[in-house]
Design a protein around this ligand. Structure first.
Ligand code: TRP
Length: 334
């Protein structure tokens, strides 16, 4: 039986995607989308980003970057339905309908909202809702609409989104109960196994630590970053332990098994850090060069990307419109 998987990609605007995003989020979702009997919905969640992104110019750029990045990483625009959230106005209608069955208290418990309140409290701000707009507050309802409109069975997300998925299930159940229907399909809460890769300094690779290796930087910049990876000060001829080497750890995520075995052997025989970094650089560059080219192609040429998104929009809207007819009928709007 076909499974419908769906995931939203938030164009954050905080810069370029990095190897950590690739290994932890992009690659597993793309792998899933390529499986047999999978219907994949992938969209750029740009209605969601309106809660915090207020520059039209930046909005356009972030959306474009996010879409180009996922295509460059191997998302197949022919196999999956790839679209912009803002191209599907039916989502907003469903969002409203779901809002009307969602208890306010449920939204009070959302992590993203609570985090904002905690931040206000810590900074001594008396009004705990300072800086909270209704978009942020109702974020989980829109996310529920994203998922329920397409009857998704599985939603691959990171750990920070699991609560939102549970809310989706709660909201769907509430709707189904109130309207005595089983129209809304409850998605499985499917947390992704967290795959974390270390950054240049050994902490988790993350934008907030400024220790990342971006996916699409040019080879020169890539090399420079690899050369910055932290090592100990063992001399070149000394045998080295691969288990506590960042270079080795990053390498294992991108190299084939034999290559890993061979590097392990070189470590035990003694390898200079410069040489190990050179090997890692070559591997990463090899892995990234086609992706980089595809990314720049989609960033520079408007029409190929627009065409993919337009096709996605048409397919997604057809499903959305026919589903909304059923929703309207169930609740008495038709
Ligand atoms: N909230 C998700 C994030 O911040 C993005 C998102 C929006 C999403 N709608 C979704 C993810 C629906 C999965 C399903 O990453």
């Amino acid at each position: 039986m076909a499974r419908t998987i769906l995931t939203g990609i938030k164009p954050t605007g905080t810069g370029d995607l990095h190897l950590g995003n690739y290994v932890g989020a992009i690659q597993p979702s793309i792998k899933l989308s390529r499986e047999k009997d999978v219907i994949g919905y992938f969209f750029i969640a740009n209605y969601h980003s309106l809660t915090s992104l207020f520059s039209p110019k930046e909005h356009r750029l972030c959306v474009r970057r996010a879409a180009a990045s996922w295509l460059a990483c191997g998302l197949d625009g022919e196999k999956v339905i790839f679209y912009l959230q803002s191209d599907i106005p039916e989502l907003l209608e469903l969002n409203w309908i779901l809002s009307c069955v969602t208890p306010k208290g449920l939204m009070n418990r959302a992590h993203s909202y609570k985090a904002k309140q905690d931040q206000n409290q810590q900074s001594g701000q008396k009004e705990l809702d300072d800086g909270v707009n209704m978009g942020l507050y109702g974020y989980p309802v829109l996310m529920a609409a994203d998922i329920l409109l397409f009857s998704a069975n599985e939603v691959p997300v990171g750990g920070d989104q699991i609560q939102h998925l549970e809310m989706t299930r709660d909201i769907a159940q509430k709707f189904n109960r109130i309207y005595k229907t089983d129209l809304l399909c409850l998605p499985k809460t499917l947390g992704r196994k967290e795959i974390i890769i270390p950054g240049l300094d050994g902490r988790k690779m993350s934008k907030s630590y400024n220790n990342t290796i971006p996916l699409f930087c040019d080879p020169k910049a890539l090399r420079k970053l690899v050369m910055k990876i932290k090592t100990d000060s063992l001399p070149p001829e000394e045998p080295k332990n691969p288990e506590n080497s960042l270079i080795f750890e990053i390498y294992t995520h991108f190299a084939e098994q034999e290559e890993i075995t061979s590097l392990r052997k070189q470590y035990s025989e003694g390898i200079g850090w410069g040489e190990a970094k050179e090997i890692l650089y070559e591997k990463l560059n090899d892995f990234l060069k086609d992706k980089r080219d595809i990314y720049h192609y989609y960033m520079e040429e408007n029409s190929p990307l627009d065409k993919i998104l337009k096709e996605g929009k048409e397919k997604a809207r057809a499903v959305a419109q026919s589903f909304m007819k059923k929703v309207r009928s169930v609740i008495g709007l038709s």
